[in-house]
Ligand binder design. Sequence first.
Ligand code: ADP
Length: 543
Amino acid sequence: MQGLMMDTPLLISSIAKHAEMFHGDREIVSVTMDNPRHRCTVSDVTTRARKLANALDKLGLDQGDRVATIAWNDYRHLEIYYGVSGAGYVCHTINPRLFPEQLVFIINHAEDRWIFTDLMFVPLLEKLLPQIPNVEGFVVMTDEAHMPETALPNAVCYETLIANESSDYTWPDLDERTASALCYTSGTTGDPKGVLYDHRSTVLHAYASVAPDVMNLSSSDCLLPVVPLFHVNAWGIPYSALITGAKLVFPGPKMGDGEALYELIESEEVNLALGVPTVWLGLLQYCEQAGKILNSLDRTVIGGAAVPRAMIEQFKKVHDVRAVQGWGMTEMSPLGTANSPKFGSESMSEDEQLDLATKAGRGIFGCELRIVDDEGTELPWDGVAYGALQVRGPWICSDYYKLEGSAGTHTEDGWFDTGDVATIDPRGYMAITDRTKDVIKSGGEWISSIELENTAMGHPAVAQAAVIGVSHPKWTERPLLIVVKAEGQDIEKEEMLAYFDGKVATWWIPNDVAFVDELPHTATGKVKKIELRKQFADYAFPD
Ligand code: ADP
C-alpha cells in the first residue's frame, strides 16, 4: 500500500520562495569590487534573481544549458545561483585560481553558453578567448559606472542586463531530478571531472546541513562563508542560509586577507565562519600579531583538509571559538561528516575532547559510510582498522558528467569510493588517515601523513607542515617532513624530530626534515602534495 502524501518536488526555487516569505528582511552584506560594504536583503536578492531569470530566458537558452560564473562571494553571485538554477539552467561555478589550460578545458567540456564574471577576471577571460570560441556572451558583474572596455564579445553589464526586466516570474515546475549546478573537481590527477548536482540532491543536502549536530544553523546566526561559492557550492551555505534565515556576510575578493576578515567578523557580528584551514591560519596569525580577539565568533566550520590540533586549540583557548571539523568532497555536495560532541563526551577531559575534535566527525544522516580492505571486505569500527572510505546517499554523485560508466569510482554494489583512507571508532567518529595516493607505505605498513603533519603543527616554531613518502632502499618508502617555520622562530632538525617522541609510534617518526619558505597550494587552498613530490623527486635520505 502506498502512502497518501503530496508529491511536491524539492526545488531550489522553493528555497527562494520560502526565504522571501519568512525572512525577506534578513540582511545580506557583501564586499564587492565596486562597493566595499554593500547591504541588501534576502528579498532584494530573490527579486533580482527573478529579474535575472527573465533576462536569461531572453538570451535564448534551452533548459539544462550551462551558464558559468567566475566570481568571488557576493550578493550578485547568490542571485545567479538562484536565477540560473531556478529557471532550469545549470549554474556552473568555476574556480578562477585554476591553471588557464584547466579553465579552458572546463569551459569547453561543460559547453558553457554564457559566463558571468567579476570585473577582475575580465583580463583573464580576454586571454582565454581564442580557446573558448563557443561561449556566446559575457556578463560582467558590476554596474554601468564600473563597466570596463573589453574585447569580450557580447559583453553586458550585470546591472544593465536586469535593470529593465520585470520581477514577475513564475519559477518553472521542474522535475526535482533536473540538473541544477555543475562543479569540477580540481583535477590533481588527470583532467578535472564534472559533478552534476540536481535540485533534489541540493535541497536534501541543505536540510541535512542545518541540523544541530551538523552546522546548527538558525535565523539568529550571522554567517561568513569564506569558502568560495565556486568550491562545492560554498558547502551548501547559499541554500542552508536561505532555508533558515541566517544573516549572510560575503567577503568578496577579501578571502585571504586576515585583517579584512577580522574587521568583517567584528563589525557585522559574525558568529559562524566557514572555510578551509589555510584561511584560518591567516586570520589567526593576524589576530596574534595585532593582539586581537575574535569577540562575536562562537564557532567555525572547517573542512576540505585535515584540521591541525593546534588550530582547534588556538581557536578554543585564545578566542573561545569551537572549531567544528567537517569532511566531504565535491562529489558529495560536499558534506559527509561533521564533528559535534556526542552524548557522553561531557565527561571527557579537555585533552580528550581536543583529540576527538581532530577527527573528521560522525556521518550525517543521509550519508552512509563504510571502510573496506583491498578485497572489498568491510572493516570493523574499532578506531584502529583503516581502509578505503566509501559512501552512499542521495547527495553523492552517481557518475561524472560526460564520463558515464568510465571513471571507475563506483563499486558494483553502488557505493562511491572516495579515494580517502580512514578509521571509524566505536562511537562512529571517522578520521581520515590519508588520501589513498598520499599514504606512506613503510615496510608493508601504512603511515598516516596527516597524523604526522598534525603532530608537527603542534610545535610553536612550525607554521605549516607537510609529509610525503620518499623512496627508501630498505623500507620502500619513509616519511620526509617539510616545514615552513613560523615568523621569527627557529628550529633545528634534531629538535623537530625529537618532538615526535612519545606522540607517534617510533617507526612513524620522519627520517628527515626539509625547511622551505612556502608550501605549494591547490586552487582550493590545500597543500599540493603532487607538487611537493615533484620538488623532492631527487631527494635522498641521509645515510
Ligand atoms: P579537491 O581537493 O580534489 O578539489 P575536494 O575539495 O572535493 O576536492 O576535496 C575532497 C578531499 O579533501 C577529500 O577527499 C579529503 O581527502 C580532503 N578532506 C576534506 N575534508 C577533510 C578533513 N576534514 N580531513 C582530512 N581531509 C579532508
